[in-house]
Structures are given as C-alpha cells and as structure tokens.
Design a protein around this ligand. Structure first.
Ligand code: SF4
Ligand code: SF4
Length: 170
C-alpha cells in the first residue's frame, strides 16, 4: 500500500498561480480554477502529475535537518516562489504578479544573497515576463530577454544574436 499523499504546504497555494498548467489551459500568473486561494487544491487526489511533482525550494527545505527555510519564506508569505530552473547554475525567483518587487523584501533578499554566496545566479521576475533580472555571484546584474511562453508555459532566454536557449547565458 502506498503512503498517503500528505500536503506539507499548509495553506500556501502560490504555485497554483505563478505556473502554467497546460492540462487546464491555465496561463502563468492566473489562479488555477481548481484552487481555493490560501486554502487548498480542490482536486488534490487527482491533480496533474506536474502539480504532484512540483516542489518549490521552501517545500524541499522543510525535509532537511539544516538550512530549513523559515515560515517567513513560504511563498505565500514572502510573495516569491524560489525553484530550480532548467539551468542548474540558476535559481528561479518568481514573484507574485501583483508584487514584482517582493524579492527585495528582507527575507527573500537575504536568501538571494545566500544563493549568490554559494555560487548560484538568481533569475528574478513575475510569471510570463518578457524580461528577467539576473543577479550573478560576482555582484553583476543584467536584464535578459525571454521568449513568449510556449504551449507548456516554458520560456527561454533570447541571445544577443536572436537565438534562443534555456540557459540565460547571454
Ligand atoms: S509554492 Fe511551494 S509551499 Fe507553496 S503550494 Fe507550491 S510547492 Fe507548496
Ligand atoms: S490542479 Fe490543484 S495543485 Fe494543480 S495548479 Fe490547480 S489548484 Fe494547484
């Protein structure tokens, strides 16, 4: 018998807004129609696999003995969803649509600086934004142009020569 599917997110539902859910034609930045905001997923037992599989860095940290992120960093509190990106060198920091400056709050900024000191870059912006701010471990910062979201809600950085890649490497 498989173990029960326990929700460790509490009342956070931030990722139900910031990410696209192609199964429901839900664009990034809009609340999922199956979400009771700040409470729960109404189809929790049958939600799409991408919802089952997704864990933001706050959630992942909760199962660690050390480096557990505090409650102030839960995405519904700090208004930033920190998550791995398609580039293992870069941490994504997706701000809630109505709070594009939330990353500059005390708790998220402290975490961002920890990532930078650990050698990661941090890519910051609201869902589906055509520009991301990328902070680098050497202290530099740059704006990176992004493609429109594709049918799966994925976006790719646009290089100076107009080509696309997923590495925000321009
Ligand atoms: S953003 Fe993180 S903590 Fe919040 S519901 Fe999603 S996975 Fe859970
Ligand atoms: S199906 Fe449920 S878990 Fe997935 S985005 Fe919608 S409300 Fe959130």
């Amino acid at each position: 018998m498989s173990p029960p599917d326990v929700n460790h997110c509490g009342t956070c539902t931030a990722c139900c807004r910031v990410y696209a859910i192609p199964e429901f034609s839900k664009p990034a930045g809009k609340w999922c129609s199956h979400c009771t905001v700040g409470k729960c997923c109404n189809i929790y037992e049958t939600r799409p696999k991408r919802c089952v599989d997704f864990k933001c860095l706050w959630l992942l940290s909760q199962s660690q003995l050390s480096n557990k992120f505090g409650p102030e960093l839960r995405p519904d509190k700090c208004k930033v969803v920190f998550a791995p990106s398609t580039n293992e060198r870069i941490i994504g920091a997706l701000t809630m649509p109505d709070r594009p400056d939330a990353w500059q709050g005390k708790a998220p900024l402290k975490l961002i600086n920890q990532f930078l000191r650990a050698g990661f870059a941090v890519s910051i912006g609201p869902p589906a934004a055509r520009k991301q701010l990328v902070l680098e471990p050497d202290g530099s910062r740059r704006e990176v142009r992004m493609t429109e979201p594709d049918k799966d809600g994925m976006q790719w950085s646009i290089r100076e020569d107009g080509g696309q890649d997923g590495n925000i490497s321009q």
